[in-house]
Design a protein around this ligand. Structure first.
Ligand code: FE
Ligand code: FE
Ligand code: ZN
Length: 276
């Protein structure tokens, strides 16, 4: 299995890759810039070079860059949408320093304009920023449907995908906490949920999994992550997820409330339950 966790982008790519190795990971997620602001670090060529060597030597799976939470492509405020576009363009440019990886974003909140207006705006942004020559796959994250979030239903994500012209540049990141909170019962009917995913979007669109437990009961639309095995999803369901034949080639990324030691423990635990 390919597994890693969210790391704070301390001093560039190389320290993150080394930290991932330290905790037994072969992939990781990081924020492209301050998650609640917009500031990004300068890209250093030496850092990139060393990083690419480390991930090659250690057979890393694809790594996942996460856009800031403040990026909202379907805000009612044009300035917010323009900022989202500018950040997206800059992030995708930066991603090409580490070719062939994944860039995940939250589809956004339509803030009262309605889901359909939101979807149109998201599609509009994607068609402006995606380029034929890019090597990065952009992922829509499945959301919990909190507030006016777009992407709480598979059908909404599919509507976005079907509006995108460069379909081979777009995929989905499934967040287990979000979809359970969103009303997809991966505890009692994992097969049924995956069938729905396949029917609506196609399982070939699934490129990454955010593996999280949840602090809230089924269908609560809350989005609060819990440590593996300590929440309402629970360890048995998580074991079934990591061992599901349709999910085995997809990188698992932990976004559980942990410091680095806690992540190392969860990675070891999950590996011990993986039947290969
Ligand atoms: Fe996210
Ligand atoms: Fe997530
Ligand atoms: Zn979340």
């Amino acid at each position: 299995m390919n597994i890693g966790c969210h790391l704070s982008a301390a001093e560039g790519f190389t320290p993150m890759a080394k930290q991932a190795l330290d905790i037994g990971a072969d992939t990781f997620q990081f924020f492209t810039r301050n998650p609640r602001g917009f500031k990004a670090k300068k890209i250093e060529e030496d850092d990139v070079k060393e990083f690419l060597q480390i991930i090659k030597d250690n057979n890393f799976a694809k790594i996942l860059a996460h856009a800031p939470y403040t990026l909202n492509p379907c805000s009612a405020d044009k300035r917010v949408r323009d900022t989202a576009k500018a950040l997206f363009v800059d992030d995708l440019k930066r991603m090409e320093y580490i070719p062939g990886n994944l860039y995940n974003f939250h589809p956004g909140s339509h803030v009262g304009q309605g889901v359909q207006t939101g979807i149109k705006m998201i599609v509009g942004l994607l068609n402006e920023v995606l380029k034929k020559e890019q090597t990065t796959t952009v992922l829509l994250e499945t959301m919990s449907g909190k507030g006016s979030e777009v992407g709480g239903r598979f059908e909404e994500l599919q509507q976005i995908i079907s509006g995108v012209e460069l379909k081979d540049k777009i995929g989905v990141c499934l967040d287990t906490c979000h979809i359970y909170d969103g009303g997809y019962d991966i505890v009692n009917d994992l097969d049924g949920v995956l069938e729905q995913f396949d029917k609506i979007m196609g399982l070939d669109k699934l490129k990454a999994i955010h593996l999280n437990d949840t602090k809230n009961p089924f269908s609560s639309h809350k989005d609060r992550h819990e440590k593996i095995g300590e929440g309402f999803i629970g360890l048995e369901a998580i074991k079934r997820i990591i061992n599901h034949p349709n999910l085995k080639d997809i990188p698992f990324l932990l976004e559980t409330p942990n410091e680095i030691d806690g992540y190392a423990k969860e990675i070891a635990l999950l590996k011990s339950f993986y039947r290969g």
